[in-house]
Ligand binder design. Sequence first.
Ligand code: LLP
Length: 417
Amino acid sequence: MSHLYFGGADVVELAEEYGTPLYITDENRIIENFRSYKTAFEDYDTDIYYAVKANGNLAILKLLAREGAGADVFSTGELQLTKLAGIEREKILFNGNSKSDDDLIAAVESGVRVSVDSYDELNALASVSEQLGAEVEIAIRVNPDISADINPKIATGLKESKFGVPYGEVMKICRAAHSMRNISLRGLHCHIGSQILDVRVFGDAADKMLNLVASLHEAGIELEFVDLGGGLGIGYRPEEKAPTPAELHDALLPAFERNKAEAGIAPKLILEPGRSIVGSASILVSRVNAVKHAFKNFVAIDAGFNLLIRPVMYDAYHEVVVANRYNEPCTELYTIVGPICEAGDIIARDRLLPEVKRGDLIAILDTGAYGFSMSSQYNGRPRCAEVLVRDGHADLIRERESFEDLLRNQKVPARLR
Ligand code: LLP
């Protein structure tokens, strides 16, 4: 029986040693993915801000900090994680469409930039920074009104989306921000969506954003940077060809060159990739608890949407393989289901696999982005462990939760004791 190897390690041995379910992340893959951005954009002044929401494990953040990554953070929690990981504050952008006073205070006190999503937020930020006696650098989050061919739940640049200031109102809010005392307007920010496979829409977004930069320049407002967000897709299906950072570069750069030639301005480019850095770098390994020949051939595993919600939430496809029968001929059609008490807890439908037995190991591929980071304890299930492998050697980077973790923070009123 042949075994699946990942990051140079035998997946079956890791499952024995650390138990299942188990997220396994390949360190070298993350580094390669990150460096491919650096290389692709080395001919233009570009910073790569990793989108922490994709995978906020501290070891992974440390790894990326060491590679020179900045960070897109969407909450005070993510901000604290990135600071702990040692990411320089000058390279952190605090994003979000619903920031509390406490979030704004944390951002100003940490000295990071804020991407402002509305007038309301702009005014609140101005008063917070005045109270703290500090100046805060901001970007305006633009709603670019761009439609990418992706799942509507992750399309964020549509005009009906909750994110950003409507395109037609950006000049006005920039003028307002420009005149505020404790606010220093430095850039424009957008994010058109996620898992985008056709890079041309990124070129459209760059055009629209740079048109705004040029109009602001004419109005006497100079900007330092344009942040085009993340969104580059990965190849989840065997036949799906993922666009490369080099292709993204070629889609974006014409707009920057045109802007430089016509308006004489060349703002720094910031990108916020999440999925394309970590997505392909992890697998989720799960043990088969039962094989049932019913309406379909069901394979019931010990990981469900508590640990990987993407198939349920977005009808997302993840390739699955039998880790302890890797390379055996695929002869049976199976539907892989999780242990959660919901009929929708389906990880993969109608997949051709070798004959599966109780005790086998199913590896779900490309689960490094929005996998563990969207996990829950639903159905009284402590979250699983995570290991980081490098050249065949594994380190635990998150301990398996226990029953204690299910109880943590719960209180029983005296009258019920
Ligand atoms: N920047 C901003 C402002 C974002 O909202 C996002 C993702 C990113 C960057 C990173 O995008 P990426 O390069 O990872 O596509 N949970 C969904 C994806 C949600 C994406 C949310 N925003 C999924 O599992 O497909």
